[in-house]
Design a protein. Sequence first.
Length: 272
Amino acid sequence: EIALKNTPDLHIPRPPEYYSCLIRDLEILGWNKVVYVDTGLTTIKLKAEDSCGRQHLITLKLNAKYPAEPPDCVVDFPVQFTISWMPQNSLIDIYNQFLAALESLKEFWDAMDEIDGKTWVLEPENPTRSATRRRIAIGNNVSVSVEVDPRHPRMLPECYFLGADHVVNPLRTKLNNNMHSWDPEMGLLQNLKDLLEIDFPSRAVLEKSDFAQDCGICYAYRLDGTTPDHVCNDPRCRQPYHQACLYEWLQGLPSSRQSFNVIFGECPYCSK
């Protein structure tokens, strides 16, 4: 009895008007756009295709006051998705706003798809449509992490280089010297190639294993979702490490020293 009293009122039947209104809205929208409906008719998933043929889902969570109150919308977007709603609106109005939002993000997804298709992306391993960051392999133990603005995908993204200083510093210099030549009329990937004066390793020629070198401490490539992102600066060593592994290793060495939040110490491989 106590357990029943403390149970949220999730199973209280909704008024008949709720169901008749919802079924009518779904019929107007078209059942071919519906992917999933739960048994209580409170959660609905709809599918849509943008102008480039990419498939997208929107999840609607309806409360008992629908249509007087709008449903909660869950989408895989890099920006916030808000709907305008009036009590006389229906599901088709949400669907049309969803389609308009898809088209507004078309250029962003085009740019990210080009990066995913033509370069070796080290992180994230399986990027979602909301992911704005890509860590792109440049060479062995050298990569660049780019953060793209979804509202302005043709503008210069934030770039952060990962690798040994003697390899990364020339790339930083090229980026700074060529920044003025960024052309918003060209694609994001081509602009990055021109600014850095490089060709990213091709997926057609090389395998991901050519860049995915294991951490020199834990001997694994992926640790808690992260990949090795710190490299020994000695050109003869260039051993990669996970940040967490390196921090734990250096903390245990008597020769290590710490200044504020930076710890200094020897490479576990070459002791440099």
